[in-house]
Design a protein around this ligand. Structure first.
Ligand code: SAM
Ligand code: SF4
Length: 432
């Protein structure tokens, strides 16, 4: 039997898909290279905004009735009652805490043709380490350290799709990191909705303690972590990063808005000045520190002054990259019942203004690198151009160049040209 996994959404969804693939390959099923040749199609889905969710339903709609369709992940969790009502064929709906049972679920689908659901939440951490062959990259290894979210930001569906926070034990995290280092992974990315809220009750250890232990244990050159919630920032994190050169000098630090008034309405627990103070503290301890962020525009009640504060935050911080979204009302969230005061046209205009500014910042930042030699990790081969590879710089910039060197190698490259979203380089030397 063959299967195909279509993943929508963030790195956490990618990591869940790796776990699903691991479970199914261990069961003797074979991964198919395309939907056309697969008996079972698993859609691992993201529900953070409405439009991507709609895309998932139109994706499912294209398949003939002979295919077995499993809707898994966040959309499955929130749309559990509605999925079977939609006019798309679905054989099973598997929630975010239930995909560990994917093997027995497939047995059930094959044994009887009735559709089923498995969407219960569980408080227990489910330990599962995907084999290297089930992972999406041979250079970058994802390590899940926590799941769920207790923050209930007023716009966000995640606490309803992924449940309450639960934390993976330190020993298990370190074991997976050692395993990946032993398998020659060159980059480790710790994953969680609020990684910097990770803690271990039994030992009293915090996220900074975890990073310190990890940085000492594995000589993996780049340790990254995503996503850090500004409200949970702890000064010790800066000290640990400053002390350990194998922690990449880059943090994804979503501000969402530059206006304290809007941050309050979003139920974010930090202010603009607190956010700026954290960035200053990072920069004074680690001058080369780089930041990236997420922003939402058009949140209910956002006026011109609020938006200008967001724009001025971008100007002040000079982010490496920014993900920006128009506010999308989501079921169960408290913001969904706030009167939406920003018209669709205005929200679009603000998004374009923000993106135009950020594109100019990135272009300027990238152009400053022309002629410089930087270290890059080769993460993938170009899909269409033979001999071309794609790498990432320490601050996660995309670097394209021609190379015969394998994926997972650190290389020194000289930057030859720059666009806003990527750099072009030539290879100088290979590093061990
Ligand atoms: N936990 C992370 C944090 O607090 O920054 C964010 C995780 S969320 C899955 C990813 C991003 O989606 C958010 O940072 C936010 O910018 C965006 N997002 C979440 N809900 C949204 C909504 N209702 N409308 C628009 N964007 C949204
Ligand atoms: Fe969503 Fe807020 Fe939790 Fe991030 S911290 S996942 S934005 S509720």
């Amino acid at each position: 039997m063959t299967f195909f996994i279509k993943t929508f959404g963030c790195q956490m969804n990618v990591n869940d898909s790796e776990k699903i693939r691991h479970l199914l390959e261990n069961k003797g099923l074979q991964l198919s290279s395309s939907e056309a040749t697969a008996d079972i199609i698993i859609i691992n889905s993201c529900a953070v905004r409405e439009k991507p969710q709609e895309k998932i339903f139109s994706y499912i709609g294209q398949f003939p009735p002979s295919k077995k369709i499993i809707v898994a992940g966040c959309v499955a969790q929130v749309e559990k009652e509605n999925i079977f009502k939609k006019k798309v064929k679905t054989d099973y709906v598997v929630g975010t805490h239930q995909f560990y049972r994917i093997g027995e679920i497939i047995d059930e689908i094959m044994a009887k043709s009735l559709p089923g659901t498995a969407v219960a939440f569980s408080r227990r951490w489910q330990e599962l380490v995907p084999a290297p062959s089930a992972r999406s990259s041979s250079a970058t290894g994802y390590i899940s350290i926590m799941e769920g979210c207790d923050n209930f930001c007023s716009y966000c569906i995640v606490p309803f799709t992924r449940g309450r926070e639960k934390y993976r034990p330190l020993a298990a995290i370190l074991r997976e990191a050692e395993y990946l280092a032993g398998q020659n992974f060159k980059e480790i990315i710790l994953l969680g909705q609020n990684v910097n809220h990770w803690h271990e009750q039994s030992s009293g250890r915090t996220f900074a303690d975890l990073l310190q232990a990890l940085a000492r244990l594995v000589q993996t050159p780049w340790i990254r972590f995503i996503t850090s919630y500004p409200g949970y920032h702890d000064r010790e994190l800066i000290e640990v990063m400053a002390e350990n050169r194998n922690i990449a000098r880059h943090i994804h630090f979503p501000a969402q808005s530059g206006s304290t008034r809007i941050l309050k309405k979003m139920c974010r627990t930090y202010s603009r000045s607190h956010y700026l103070q954290i960035v200053r503290a990072f920069r004074s301890a680690i001058p080369e520190m780089k930041f990236s962020s997420d922003f939402i525009v058009g949140f209910p009640g956002e006026n011109e002054n609020d938006f200008n504060l967001t724009i001025s935050l971008l100007e002040r911080i000079q982010y490496e990259s920014v993900f920006s979204f128009i506010y999308s009302p989501r079921p169960h969230t408290s913001a969904a019942s706030m009167p939406n005061t920003v018209s669709a046209a205005k929200a679009k205009e603000r998004l374009l203004t923000l993106q135009k500014l950020q594109t100019a910042i990135q272009l300027k930042n990238n152009q400053q690198l022309i002629g410089r030699t930087i270290k890059v990790l080769i993460t993938e081969k170009h899909r269409k151009i033979p001999g071309e590879v794609i790498g990432r710089s320490e601050s996660y910039r995309v670097v394209n160049f021609t190379s015969q060197t394998p994926i997972g190698t650190f290389i020194m490259v000289k930057i030859t040209s720059a666009g806003p979203h990527s750099l072009r380089a030539e290879q100088i030397s290979e590093m061990v």
